[in-house]
Write a protein that binds this ligand. Structure first.
Ligand SMILES: Cc1cc2nc3c(=O)[nH]c(=O)nc-3n(C[C@H](O)[C@H](O)[C@H](O)COP(=O)(O)OP(=O)(O)OC[C@H]3O[C@@H](n4cnc5c(N)ncnc54)[C@H](O)[C@@H]3O)c2cc1C
Length: 360
């Protein structure tokens, strides 16, 4: 009888698994991708879309076409719970999928539990991205919460879109720490001046305490008016793992071993933002790691099914990040090194378009 492998979520690592299956099918295994949208949107190109450089089509992979080429099934559904002992996955709407082996690459969410009932918007899951950005770009004073790479990038790209399309208004950016707090001081200083020059209004070291329809309040007793809030305050886990009594870290990400197997289950694998390496819990949640895990995940899923030995994923010490800063300029960050300018953006454009071309 055929075995069944479920791939849950079409994140970066699963895209690579699906691509590799095209030329390396696994005999006697029925494979199915379960994901809530027909498309996987690529966050590396979010800033370029927000600024008006890329079209929606350029930022996404068509999952029906990709799975068809690899002869695997595609089910458009959102997974909500897993019963490991019964080897069953439950999806929204009540559908149940039995499996022999399962792998999760469902990414992260961004709105923390205290604010899920508020009017704050999120670009995660990533198929919400285009609708949210289209809405915010046209508003006079969108407010972005979060001064990490994603928050700064989107503040600059939305402001640049406004400036270039003569849409009135200023983007507001608020962060509980300093902007890019994990980078050297001079990078943050340069970023502050780029934000100011573009017209972004910045509040640092200030925490949002409440969100109201047209203003937010902060722990400094400030009230900041807005016409829409986008929350990019750092990744939080999907409730699926806690609801399924799977062991998770303090943000709700499932613990995995270096083989990418879940801490307590050999037949559950995971990659990308939704999991945390128990041996390296402080590893960044970033697309870079999700991409690097892809080939290891493919090899290990196959090895598990064919009773061969599994490899381990060794995270690289430093990863290359390039933030778009608007008007085709960028910040390149690698360890303590940083570089600002057009060259950085051109490199980002090349890396991102090469990545997308692999899956188109
Ligand atoms: C604006 C922005 C810019 C960023 N830029 C960069 C960058 O330049 N470089 C970088 O390294 N990182 C960047 N990141 C971080 C990056 O987006 C994430 O780390 C990365 O997307 C994680 O990839 P993933 O494979 O874990 O999941 P994702 O790419 O988020 O994919 C998850 C997939 O799972 C699906 N899914 C979600 N929930 C379910 C469910 N319950 N059931 C089934 N399917 C589900 C989704 O639809 C999606 O297909 C950026 C983030 C943001 C917000």
């Amino acid at each position: 009888m055929k075995k069944r492998l479920l791939l849950v979520g079409a994140g970066h690592a699963h895209l690579e698994v699906i691509r590799q299956l095209r030329n390396n099918p696994i005999e006697n295994v029925e494979i199915c991708l379960i994901s809530p949208s027909d498309y996987q949107y690529y966050s590396g190109m979010f800033s370029g879309y927000a600024e008006g450089i890329y079209s929606e089509e350029q930022t996404r992979v068509n999952l029906r076409e990709l799975t068809k080429k690899s002869k695997i099934n595609f089910v458009r559904k959102k997974a909500v719970r897993i019963f490991p002992e019964r080897r069953k996955l439950f999806c929204e709407g009540g559908a149940v999928y039995p499996f022999d082996l399962i792998s999760f690459d469902i990414g992260s969410k961004s709105i923390p539990p205290d604010f899920t009932a508020s009017i704050a918007r999120s670009v995660k899951p990533n198929y919400q991205f285009v609708e949210q950005i289209n809405h915010l770009r046209e508003r006079p004073t969108p407010l972005i919460v979060g001064g990490g790479a994603a928050g700064c990038e989107l503040a600059l790209s939305i402001q640049t879109y406004k400036n270039n399309h003569r849409i009135e208004g200023q983007v507001k950016l608020i962060t509980s720490r300093a902007v890019l707090s994990s980078t050297p001081g001079r990078t943050a200083r340069k970023l502050r001046s780029v934000l100011e020059e573009a017209g972004v209004l910045l509040w640092e070291h200030e925490k949002v305490t409440h969100i109201f329809e047209d203003y937010i309040s902060t722990n400094e007793n400030n009230r900041i008016r807005h016409t829409g809030v986008l929350w990019l305050g750092g990744p939080v886990g999907d409730p699926i793992f806690t609801d399924s009594s799977i062991s998770v870290d303090e943000r709700g990400f499932a613990f995995i071993r270096p083989t990418l197997q879940f801490a307590e289950y050999d037949f559950i694998f995971g990659a990308g933002d939704c999991v945390t390496l128990r041996s390296d819990p402080s590893m960044d949640k970033s697309g870079v790691h999700a991409v690097k895990q892809g080939p290891v995940l493919f090899r290990n899923l196959r090895a598990y099914l064919t009773h061969e030995s599994l490899q381990t994923y060794e995270p690289q010490k430093h990863a290359l990040y390039i933030l778009s800063a608007g008007d085709k300029k960028g910040f390149l960050l690698y360890g303590g090194f940083s570089l600002y300018g057009r060259q950085a953006w051109r490199l980002k454009h090349k890396i991102d378009t090469d990545f997308m071309n692999k899956y188109k």
